[in-house]
Design a protein around this ligand. Structure first.
Ligand SMILES: [Zn+2]
Length: 301
């Protein structure tokens, strides 16, 4: 385990916490096409979808017309920025993986919105792709309680389990990158065994994390929002363009207020930020300019 990821804040007593306070686990899987998610052996993601709402035809890449100011590359920089800020390129300003031209003071990572409302919140981010923490969190010290760059997906999962068992996170964001590596090496297609095997492997790691969360929920009485998505699809051995194979993504969520069933057509992956903020803060002011009018998920009432 690398030194960047080897220390944890440790068990903290957090008086603002309790079973009646909202909690959220955000799961980010890099480069997982929805048709390949269906083709791969993924019992843990399958059960997340069965427990809650899901979409297999949500989208990355902003508006699909080239003239649309929201149109953005189906790349990880713009993608994770949209997932975590709830807005597209026209607002967050991230065009590519350099993050140059970003406008993240005006449209911050969702941790920034939560931090402003809940100064004591424990907001934790473990990312296998380092630019997420580097560009979206570190420029604002204190926005995250803990933001660690991990050397492997396994390290992300182990650290997540450690957080759930020894700390009191309010929001935990996890980013897994191995599937995207397999896509670039072998191809993003359901006929590519190496790609499907990578999806199955990250599902196994998610199984460990989600089992830990279930135990925690039973022991504490907490009821967590769990929401999972991907930043882009893929075409051949790449992504970045506006083809359906690159734009079409999936979303899944379960937890308080989220009903069961398929949402089609699905929203942009910007809906993740709105859904988490609505859950954590109870409201999302119009002034934040979120791309989505509604939180993701079928209403259970
Ligand atoms: Zn990639």
């Amino acid at each position: 385990m690398g030194s960047s990821c080897s220390t944890l804040a440790g068990k903290t007593s957090n008086p603002g916490h309790g079973a009646d306070h909202p909690h959220a686990l955000i799961i980010g899987l890099d480069g997982v096409r929805p048709d390949c998610l269906l083709a791969a052996h993924t019992p843990n993601l399958d059960s997340l979808m069965a427990q809650g709402s899901y979409s297999l035809d949500a989208f990355a890449g902003g508006g699909s017309k080239a003239s649309d100011l929201t149109t953005q590359a189906t790349s990880s920089g713009p993608g994770w920025t949209s997932i975590l800020t709830g807005v597209w390129r026209d607002k967050h300003g991230v065009h590519d993986n350099s993050f140059q031209g970003s406008n993240l003071d005006q449209y911050p990572h969702l941790f920034g919105r939560i931090r402003a409302a809940k100064p004591d919140a424990e907001l934790v981010s473990f990312a296998h792709w380092a630019p997420i923490n580097e560009h979206l969190l570190r420029p604002n010290p204190g926005m995250a309680t803990l933001a660690l760059d991990c050397k492997s997906d396994l390290e992300v999962a182990v650290l997540a389990l450690d957080q759930l068992s020894t700390s009191d996170p309010d929001v935990l964001f996890l980013h897994f990158d191995d599937v995207d590596h397999a896509g670039h090496a072998f191809g993003y297609e359901a006929q590519v065994p190496e790609y499907l095997a990578a999806i199955a492997l990250v599902d196994e790691k998610l199984g460990v994390v989600l089992q830990g969360l279930r135990v925690r929920e039973r022991e504490t009485g907490e009821r967590w929002l769990v929401i999972a998505t991907t930043d882009h699809g893929g075409l051949g051995t790449g992504h970045g363009g506006q083809s359906a194979d690159e734009r079409t993504i999936w979303l899944a969520a379960r937890g308080p207020g989220i009903g069961q069933g398929a949402v089609s057509p699905g929203p942009g992956h910007t809906a993740v930020a709105r859904t988490v903020l609505q859950h954590m803060l109870g409201e999302v002011p119009r002034a934040w300019g979120m791309a989505d009018e509604q939180a993701f998920g079928l209403d259970s009432h």
